[in-house]
Structure formats: structure tokens, C-alpha cells
Design a protein around this ligand. Sequence first.
Ligand SMILES: C[S@@+](CC[C@H](N)C(=O)[O-])C[C@H]1O[C@@H](n2cnc3c(N)ncnc32)[C@H](O)[C@@H]1O
Length: 252
Amino acid sequence: MSDSDSDASIEPPTQGFADSTLTATEPPPNPLMESLKQEIDLFDKLYGKQRGFSETHGKEISRAERKREGYISTTLTYGEIKFETFAELMNILKGRHGAMKEDGGVFVDIGCGIGKPLFGAALLHKFDKIVGIEILEDLYKVCVETMQHWTRHVKPVLGEERTQDMQFSFLNNDFLIADWSDADIVFMNSTCFNRSLMIDLSAKGKALAPGTIVVTTTKRMVGPAFDLVEELQMEESWGDATVYIQKRVERS
Ligand SMILES: C[S@@+](CC[C@H](N)C(=O)[O-])C[C@H]1O[C@@H](n2cnc3c(N)ncnc32)[C@H](O)[C@@H]1O
């Protein structure tokens, strides 16, 4: 599969002509989104048009670096979360799986791209530490730059008390080498990771404490160290993906 072909599987579907009878009806208000208007606006300040970013910004940066460096592995294929559906996922972790009951905790994104889940998580919960691990340098650099926008646009709105103790850590590294064993919530947008990579990530994940939540997309963690606790669908930049919520268990 060529480099450009590898992204085809997660390209958003081509839009057809809008049907006026379908677009005339407003969708019913979503109470969670109504309650997150401020966070949605702040996320847009970090990643939206206000910063000059298009919807495909991360994907273009990833493609350019892979082409320039001659990286052909399909496991580097880019795709990303949408803030609204990511917020629904975090709400489910909180409401149904006992996560984020109190302030604090460590959130880790395994292959963090331009950092949307990192700053999304920071907007949705007062974590102690947010860690992003990304092997492509140009994507990692966007995470670092986004920190300045966080300081300029988000901190003054959320306030010192909410943001001052939150530590961000961006690692330009291979997630099979970096240490992420102190995570409370691991997010892995793993649709393009192959089976061998999932086996390696699952072996490394055994270092996580029992009870740690591991969220993956399309592919599940492998082996008895992880129990599947819920499966759902989540809209991402390329369309719907199956999301697996798993827990690290004592068993092995
Ligand atoms: C599908 S993207 C997800 C981006 C982000 N987590 C999100 O959901 O918005 C997967 C990311 O994992 C990165 N990646 C793949 N293999 C990696 C590795 N071995 N170490 C670190 N990052 C890796 C890719 O470069 C890509 O940016």
C-alpha cells in the first residue's frame, strides 16, 4: 500500500448533494454539548479557524513529514478525534466506569498527533498530568506550540485554580520505548495499528496499575491482562470507529 493509499481508509466519505428535506430539521439539543459551550469554544481557539487551522491540518503535516522522511509504515497513518464525541466518551468513562470521580489523575495519549485528545482531556477534567507521546516530530511540535495558545487563551478563562497545577508533558518518542506506566486513563486511537503493534502495546501495558482504563479504537488490547468493559461507536475525523473501553486487571 502506498503512503497516500494508506490514508484512504480513514478519509471522510465524499459528501453528496444535501437533501433540503433532511437539512430543514434542526437536531434536538444535546444537554452535554449545551453544558460544554465554553469548552467547545476554547477547543476551537486551540485548533480551529481562529488559529488558522483547517480540519485536515494534522493530516497534512503528518503526510508531509512521512513523504519527506520516506516513512512508509501504515501504522503512522493519521486520523484524529472530534472534540464533541471525545467529550461524550469522557462523560461515559466518568458516569459508567468510575473514572475522574475526583480532581487529579494522569491521562496519556499513545500516538497523540497534534494533541487534540490531550488538550480536550485538559478542558474536560482537572488532571494532575497530561502526557502525549508522538513519534513524528512535526506533529509533536504542534503539541508544543499549542501549549502557548493554552496559556494565552484558555488559562485566563478557566482560571489559575483550575489550571495552575496541571502538568503537560509531550514526548517526541516511540510509545513502545517511553514510560507510560503511571497512567490512570490511556487513550489509543489505534485504528491503523497492526496486530503485532497491539501485541507489543498490550505487553507494555501490563506495567499499568490494576484498574487503569485503556481506551482503544477498532483494535482491542490483546491478552488476559485487559477486560473489555464496554464497546461503543465514536465519530472521528474519518467517520465512525468502534471504541473499546478496557480495564487493566490483576490476573497477570
Ligand atoms: C490515528 S493518529 C491519532 C492522533 C491522536 N491521538 C488523536 O486521536 O487525535 C495515531 C498517531 O500515532 C502516531 N504513532 C504511530 N506509531 C507510533 C509510535 N511507535 N510511537 C509514537 N507515536 C506513534 C502516529 O504518527 C499518529 O500521529
